[in-house]
Design a protein around this ligand. Sequence first.
Ligand code: GLV
Ligand code: MN
Ligand code: MN
Length: 413
Amino acid sequence: MSGTTRPSGRRIWDRCEALARCSEEAGALTRVFLSKEQRAANELVLEWMREAGMSARQDAIGNVVGRYEGSAAGAPCLMLGSHLDTVRNAGKYDGMLGVVAAIDCVHVLHERGARLPFAIEVVGFADEEGVRFGATLLGSRAIAGTFDPKLLDSRDGAGTSMRDALTAFGLDPDNVAQAARRRSDVLAYAELHIEQGPVLEAEGLPIGVVTAINGATRLAVEIEGLAGHAGTVPMSLRRDALAAAAQCVLAIESRCAREPDLVGTVGRIEAAPGATNVIPGHARFTIDIRAPRDEQRRQAAADIQAAITAICARRNVKVAVHRTHEGRTAACAPWLQDQIGRAIEAEGFPARRLPSGAGHDGMAIVDLADIGMLFVRCEGGISHNPLEAITVEDAELSARVFLRFIEHFQPAA
Ligand code: GLV
Ligand code: MN
Ligand code: MN
């Protein structure tokens, strides 16, 4: 099947710029789950999907879903997508590139009047990053049918429950299960994403095939000491929650530095009451632990919890550790790796295979269908940072490869 039209790097670029303007902060990009900025982004994406010849809707958890029928209406689909939420002060491509590139591929098929033997669905997932409620992959878990309804009672930093946030967004919290899809409806899931690391750039390669997504554990820690006067309480009699948290942070760093491929991050820490002349009576922080092997990650998480318990006991402060996320390593299916690899080679590049240190929606979708991923290089490997950068040429090339993969897609036998 050939045609004169091709994916447009410029259109993809312009759409990433348009999405970047849907932000809660002027001059920076932050867009969290169930926010008015998410609504604005969803509206743009729904419009682009329709323009690309898809029927498009928002599902029961706020994902946007576009469908391009195959040669026979109602056929099972090849699902494509990525996420539309961002971290705080994010780059413009993490997530969004995969959504707009997938729409561009369908746009081209539509312009050519081409129908494939299967349907294509493009999903813009509502929450992958987990910024608002701590738990991640909420959109993709809902689609995979693994969304845990207990999460509806979790609260954001302002005390709003997920249940209330869904209602305020115009969704019914009791209907989230309706977003779930059947295995028989989905032939496979494929995602295009920036690498978020430096490997492809260092090797002078624009694209690569992902072999697996590293597993992740997230913990939330609360420490309760005793607030007191910063001038009167001798050092030996203090129960300083922040000092205890600081010692925990260093223990996490040193445990994770002991093994190659294991990483641990405390990305957020808060102390209360938060005054210069008051000993902090309360501290809380988050922990993110990742490794390519599940056993390695679980052992590190157990050791870290034991170290936190010991530190807090020695300092006579109370501690509670909650697990907010547990995602096992998700392998990309070898048959999809091969098909993505062949599409890369057909464009004249070697099919470099590499694992993903970052998490992706495929970690949840793997419970529904086999997954595959195509990585695009990003400048300096920088991500989760406004300095995230790609080129128009790489955006176009990666979409061309993705379209070739889609056109030649053969479902597993
Ligand atoms: C998502 O980007 C993650 O890896 O945390
Ligand atoms: Mn991210
Ligand atoms: Mn991402």
